[in-house]
Design a binder for this molecule. Structure first.
Ligand SMILES: [Fe+2]
Length: 300
């Protein structure tokens, strides 16, 4: 195993082809390690991080995205997946994407639940109480997982792409690849997964900005069952960077949401996701082209 082997692998994925296409469906270290191994490259998750960092050092900075399509007060857009043209194949794959890998230890996840972390999502990121909590939380040393990598406290959920050692992974990966193909047809440009997340009951993603990955993001959201009471649902919450108004979006199954991640310190898009219900929630994130709305031929 070596960083050199990993660097060689990563460079080979820069050429258009099957490897590059498969990589668009992958966000987890472990599945990229597995993809490398299946193609004759041997490296660990730690070596993958080291190789990615060294390649990024020498690479030109990614182009900053252009301005939003219009100076609009809309910071998010939501649709029912059934209403989006060309999304039929994506909707059809949802049952194969919404997996619960048997390698996930839900009891261990539940033991990591922290009430004060969940509470932090009820505050505005502009609230001094949030700032104080955030400073304290980020100063605490991170716990290490079984691979010796730091556990990000901001995620109380399951990253499906970090679970490759279960019998269903092959079918799940094949479904992700088909979704990339379907979405590239819809958007007429490159689409890649940005995260495949399972939020079991009481799952959450704490306030964050994703400022290191600017651009438009699309999330396909679904649950195991409809919410009994629409007022008791999972939700997406964000802060309007201009007005500092906190907006909470109650969720329904089979929804597609778009929002834009900014890097400008004045425009950071603080957001969090909480599933305070007994339902299971999944969200599949994608980096989509800036002109996605035009591509979908939707009215702005
Ligand atoms: Fe995010």
């Amino acid at each position: 195993m070596s960083v050199e082997s990993c660097t060689e692998f990563l460079l080979s994925t820069r050429d258009p082809g099957d490897l590059a296409q498969q990589l668009k469906a992958m966000t987890g270290l472990e599945e990229i390690v597995l993809l490398g191994r299946r193609n004759g490259y041997s490296f660990s998750a730690k070596e993958l991080m080291a190789a990615s960092a060294s390649l990024a050092d020498g690479a030109p900075a990614p182009a900053r995205p252009g301005p939003p399509p219009a100076d609009t007060s809309f910071l998010h857009y939501e649709y029912r997946i059934a209403d989006l043209p060309g999304f039929e194949p994506v909707a059809a794959e949802l049952p194969r994407l919404k997996i619960r890998p048997p390698s996930v230890d839900l009891a261990e996840l539940a033991a990591d639940f922290r009430e004060e972390d969940m509470w932090s999502t009820s505050l505005s990121p502009a609230d001094p109480r949030f700032r104080a909590w955030y400073r304290k939380a980020t100063a605490e040393p991170a716990r290490l997982n079984g691979s010796g990598l730091p556990v990000n406290r901001g995620f109380h959920l399951v990253n499906l792409d970090e679970h490759v050692a279960h019998p269903g992974y092959g079918d799940y990966l094949a479904a992700k690849n088909r979704v990339v193909t379907a979405l590239e047809r819809v958007f007429g440009g490159e689409v890649r997964f940005s995260g495949s997340l399972w939020y079991p009951p009481s799952g959450y993603r704490l306030w964050h900005t994703n400022e290191d990955q600017p651009g438009w993001r699309m999330y396909v959201i679904d649950t195991d069952r409809p919410f009994g009471d629409p007022a008791q649902s999972s939700f997406f919450r964000y802060m309007n960077p201009r007005t500092q108004e906190v907006v909470t979006l109650p969720e329904s199954p089979r929804t597609v949401r778009f929002f834009r991640i900014e890097q400008d310190p004045e425009k950071l898009f603080w957001h969090c996701i909480v599933n305070p219900t007994d339902r299971h929630r999944w969200s599949f994130g994608f980096a989509v082209p800036d002109d996605w709305m035009h591509r979908l031929r939707l009215p702005a």
